[in-house]
Design a protein around this ligand. Sequence first.
Ligand code: GDP
Ligand code: IMO
Ligand code: MG
Length: 445
Amino acid sequence: MANVVVVGAQFGDEGKAKVTDLLAKNADIVVRYQGGNNAGHTVVVGEETYKFHLIPSGILYEGKTCVLGPGMVIDVKALLAEVAALKKRGLDDSRLKISSSAHVTMPYHLALDAAEEESRGASKIGTTKRGIGPTYADKCARSGIRMEDLLDKEVLKEKLEWIVPRKNVLLERMYNHPPFDPNAILQEYLGYAEEVRKYVCDTSDMIFTSIKNKKNILFEGAQGTLLDLDHGSYPYVTSSSPSAGGACTGTGLGPTTIDRVIGISKAYMTRVGEGPFPTEQEGAAGDMLRQTGKPWAEVGVTTGRPRRCGWFDTVIGRYSVRINGLDCLAITKLDVLDEFDEIQICVAYKDKVDGTIHKELPSIGAMFKRMEPVYKTFKGWKTPTYKITKFEDLPVEAKRYLDFIAEELDCPVAIVSVGPTRDKTIIIEDPIHGPKRILTHAVPQ
Ligand code: GDP
Ligand code: IMO
Ligand code: MG
């Protein structure tokens, strides 16, 4: 295979786990490089549905090593519950490895996430309340607890004795929240430490050695490009780097080790939580896209919130191609569009104030509010696609729709997904060995 990054090209929930599971068949190691249990990744194999939050979606294949990389934040209590549930379903946890540098989400992070959200009132982010922002904030402030700290009783004690009183001042005075007892946390987390100890190692060294031994690495992104802390719709973002660059910093590997980047997009678009969403549909079209009642209905896997739904946005698509350096796209959930008479695609934004047309995403986040989508309407195909396995057999309207996306984004569509299971997949070109997308930049002779 090669070393491949799977990245969400929209606002998260694009179907990354389905594609990761497909590609994992030919990988040796699957690594999550950022985020925590804010992620909700669904893999459907036959009659079985798995919902992963921290564990990489490659775990379903025997013999694949699954890594929680240094760029992740890990709620160890949630991790142990996820592992226990998977073990009950017969999965072997000996293939799980956790970076000693990954940060640990502590109880005060959860309390702070909830309290900060509440205090923002109408300006809330709509977080998953999994303590993600406060854990990354502590990492940046150099007051975080890493997995290696968790495993060392003296270090953990010393850190908690310094950190917890400071968090308590904030929680009690700002948020009227009862204080945490550092000793109670210490005792509880020393127990978790003994349970996770066997998984913890230097995963960067392990992966680098594997690459030298010609093993194939699959990097599984969580969230999506528009939720990226630096490149997303700030401040309505998560606190990590879901875009492809995060695969290097979040794993401890250089950019030269990555061969391919595959962007995952739905054939339309969804968002959970607050923040701009120019193509959002609140009426009948939104309801149709939401697929309420279906197993793949647009409901958040982690929080159970209904997802906001809207039309495919090529402005955002082009932006994702650029930010991630995408080689190709996987377009998922094409089948959801099967019953529409007409389907819209946003081809540009029109500035409501001065009438300017933007084909590229405005660099100033606040400008989002001034943008209204300019749509091109496509005739629907009104034919079920879920049984189709070859691109040639798709209805002509569906082919036109996909070709239009590829042209507008200047990025080939390599995979089309028409249902949640592995077999409901159309491979147009090999996403790993197909032609590499060539960026037109000057190469000094
Ligand atoms: P992720 O977070 O990007 O891995 O995506 P989620 O698991 O949060 O959401 C994707 C949902 O769509 C899940 O319920 C998947 O089982 C489902 N899904 C993925 N691909 C397809 C598809 O092509 N068609 C349909 N109908 N469902 C799909
Ligand atoms: P997967 O990996 C969709 C959203 C939240 C909120 C914002 C910040 O399944 O695609 P956070 O809890 O991270 O501080 O919340 O990001 N969000 C997601 N939306 N899919 C996800 O993960 C998400 N993880 C976080 O709804 O708007
Ligand atoms: Mg999800």
